[in-house]
Design a protein around this ligand. Structure first.
Ligand code: DGL
Length: 292
């Protein structure tokens, strides 16, 4: 018999499990993913952490993003979550393998589910992917798409201005429409029939993007695909919460006011309280409740 391996944090499974699921993003954008999870898994308790003090991640290096993601995962592990979702595309693209090495609980990113959904959807085999500069530079989406179907032709474009537009609420005005056209004209010309929204913020611009590309292009929102992948993983490991209505709690690393104000638009319902926390790497965290 092989010697028993030391258990990594989170290595605890049981049939039916009330522990929360940790959902992480660089800021407010991941609330689009949280919303999809809450809709599909309404019994689950959800714990959301937005790293609002350090957003954006999309312009930062892999080294920095990995360090931030590890601090967040340790925050969740210290709070006893049963699974984690890296709702941030940039952090998923960079940090997922490193996190899976260190924690044995199910950890899902948004890249693999989004890519798998796109690979399934495309008919002509031409798929577009848009996201932050860091996500595009990582090559994570092309890699995930090609691992499902090596024949797929992939066309990518970083669209950094979509993030501030979504946060400003300028999602379908003349400025938004011009930026959409400017970023997506080459993708449109390339004849893609499927486009992956590879950034938490982009679903808010989904209508303007869809209208510009036309009805022959299917838009894939990674959030819904990720929620389905999470349900599959929890079911497989006997971790689904069997009964009762779940609750969501919110944590941020900067003062919560802006997060709560913008949160409603991204989450689809009001975010009435958020707790500011200080991430302390391997030491865990210290929390101070400054809003409620
Ligand atoms: N959450 C990020 C993503 O999905 C967008 C915002 C940022 O750059 O941090 O890639």
């Amino acid at each position: 018999m092989s010697p028993e391996k030391p258990k990594k944090p989170g290595a605890r499974g049981r049939a039916g499990d009330d522990r929360p699921i940790g959902v992480f993003d660089s800021g407010v954008g991941g609330l689009t993913v949280l919303s999809s999870i809450a809709e599909l898994l309404p019994k689950e308790n959800l714990m959301y952490l937005g790293d609002t003090a350090r957003v954006p991640y999309g312009t930062k290096s892999a080294e920095t993003i990995n360090a931030y993601a590890l601090e967040t995962a340790e925050f969740f592990a210290a709070r006893g979550v049963k699974a984690m979702v890296i709702a941030c595309n940039t952090a998923s693209a960079m940090a997922l393998p490193m996190l899976r090495e260190r924690f044995s609980m199910p950890i899902l990113g948004v890249v693999e589910p989004g890519a798998a959904a796109a690979a399934k959807q495309t008919v002509n085999g031409r798929v577009g992917v848009i996201g932050t500069e860091a996500t595009m530079a990582s090559g994570a989406y092309p890699q995930a798409l090609l691992s499902v179907n090596p024949e797929i032709e992939i066309f990518t474009r970083a669209c950094p201005l979509f993030v501030p537009l979504a946060e400003e609420g300028w999602v379908d005005n003349d400025v938004a429409r011009r930026v959409v056209a400017r970023y997506l004209s080459s993708l449109k010309a390339s004849g893609v029939d499927t486009l992956v929204l590879g950034c938490t913020h982009y679903p808010l611009l989904g209508e303007a993007i869809g209208r510009y590309l036309g009805e022959n292009v299917d838009i894939i929102d990674s959030a819904a695909a990720t929620a389905r992948a999470l349900r599959t993983a929890l079911r497989r490991d006997g971790l689904l919460k069997p009964r009762g209505r779940g609750e969501a709690s919110f944590f941020v690393t900067d003062v919560p006011d802006r997060f709560m104000r913008l949160g409603t638009r991204f989450y689809g319902e009001s975010v009435s309280s958020a707790v500011r926390v200080v991430l302390r790497g391997a030491e865990g965290f210290a929390g101070n409740n400054v809003a409620g």
